[in-house]
Design a binder for this molecule. Structure first.
Ligand SMILES: [Zn+2]
Length: 192
């Protein structure tokens, strides 16, 4: 259970960059790629963290090792990343709908998901890829009107250039079911 809890990941500049499961967080600290961050914002290597975990008795909050129970850190800091990672919002149908806010990117009409479809800007018949920068939300009418043409050929300019959604630390709070209160200082400072 503790190995499934969410752990906030910081880079070396103390910026929130990810959320991982406890299992992943523990292994990153164990192999020395990350440090556990304590409530006092002090950072600990695996050995140091084990030494602080002597009172870890809650099985929901700890992992059993040969050295005894060790508390799952709420926050870890990675040692290798200085910069924010590239956007990593998963490319899915529903995420494209969210990115485009259920708005047809040709005529601007906003509709329910079942009244929308996805359009290849560069048509698939011409080798257009299925990815963030070539897929937009379209209503059925615009989709059939555009057919196998580029937007400029069809006289249907896009409302905006499609691209992968920008990853933002504040989005972390919406992607996890249990944001831990100890994450707050990092999320707030990262969002500035
Ligand atoms: Zn439309």
């Amino acid at each position: 259970m503790g190995l499934n809890r969410s752990v906030l990941v910081l880079n070396r500049l103390w910026q929130a960059v990810n959320i991982v499961r406890g299992r992943r967080a523990v292994s990153l600290v164990y192999v020395g790629r990350g440090m556990a961050v304590g409530k006092d914002f002090a950072v600990y290597s695996w050995e140091g963290w084990c030494g602080r975990s002597t009172d870890a008795t809650d099985p929901l909050d700890s992992v059993l090792t040969t050295a005894g129970p060790v508390r799952i850190p709420r926050v870890i800091q990675l040692l290798e990343y200085d910069r924010m990672p590239r956007p990593r919002v998963k490319f899915t149908r529903s995420n494209v709908y969210l990115r485009d806010r259920h708005r047809c990117q040709y005529c601007g009409t906003t509709r329910a998901a079942e009244e929308l479809t996805l359009d290849h800007v560069l048509p698939r018949s011409r080798g257009g890829p299925t990815n963030w920068s070539n897929i937009v939300v379209s209503c059925f009418r615009c989709n059939s009107r555009k057919a196998d043409r580029m937007p400029d050929e069809a006289g249907m300019p896009l409302l905006k250039t499609p691209k992968a959604p920008q990853w933002h630390p504040s989005a972390l709070l919406r992607t996890t079911e249990d944001p831990d209160p100890t994450w707050q200082p990092f999320l707030v400072s990262a969002a500035r």
